[in-house]
Write a protein that binds this ligand. Sequence first.
Ligand code: FE2
Length: 367
Amino acid sequence: MSNTLGIRGFDFVELYVGSAKMVAYWYAKALGFDIEGYSGPEYGNKTQVSYFLKKNNLKFVITSFTKPENYEVSSFVIKHGDGVKKFSYLVDDVEKAFNYAYENKAIPIKRPIKIEDENGYIVEASIKAYDDTEIVFINYDNYHGIFKPGFGKPRQNINIKREETYIEKIDHIVGNVRWHEMDLWVNYFNKSLDFETFVDFGPGDISTPYSSLLSKVVRSKDNIIKMPVNEPYIGLKKSQIEEYIQEYNGSGIQHIAISTNNILKTIEALRNNGVEFLYVPNTYYEDLRKKNFKIDEDIDDLEKLGILLDFEGEGYLLQLFTKPIGDRPTFFFEFIQRKGKTEGFGHGNFQALFESIEREQALRGNL
Ligand code: FE2
């Protein structure tokens, strides 16, 4: 099975941040990435620096500006704070993918361009997604360098001690959009990328009286790309999606879910490395024990590490969300392990997590 655009999978994600060196260090120290490449003045890049980080199938690029006249990066960071500027699909043929998207009403940002150096060439192009986000189509079949032209070996100490985190690849990338924009973006992706809507969470599906959202998931027809899109919904208090839109100053990437084959080891290592996660009240595990689900894991271990469980399809998934990783309550990570045949996103956990948080609030008399 394949998809119309010849997409092989998610490829790199690029964040624009205030200080690339410090953020790259955190990705290495806390998340367990290896710093494999660097681009900056030493390699002819006069107004910005980028660090290329890799771990198994995960590739992250962390970029910041070094000169104020680099408006693309500086204006992004001033407006949004640290955030995801680009995410990419590895494709068989960049021109073919871009042309299909363009002919089907994708908004073009960069037309296909071949970039070369002594290690060969890459081809890339990009289209718009959300406000200031780009989807890049990239192909490196004829490139043998570290990442892409302009990147060389890192110039600083990269032997950073941390615990092995066993993170593997991107499972899904989630966007938050303004009121009434969800269908606009869902239709845009479905048409321009030939994706399909997989699940819909309508009014009341993911809501408590206090935290409410609407969500649709678009995916490639072979299910290798999954992209939920959330919009705020009416509740007694401000929707968490609306808070994001205000703090980020627009629509953008809310979270990236990273999959692992051993979430117990992953979460333990990430916690030891200093990553902060959303608090899961022990009432969640009391409820879980009552349900008597058959799972490979011990619920005591899940409770100790604060891992959430959701049954769906012919399997179950284990997941946990970090606190926002930057200075604003915007972008965060999810870590997920799918067991058996699952296609969903922990819908049951959204509900359970919000409800648990509110029960705790009630116990403190704050609800
Ligand atoms: Fe997610």
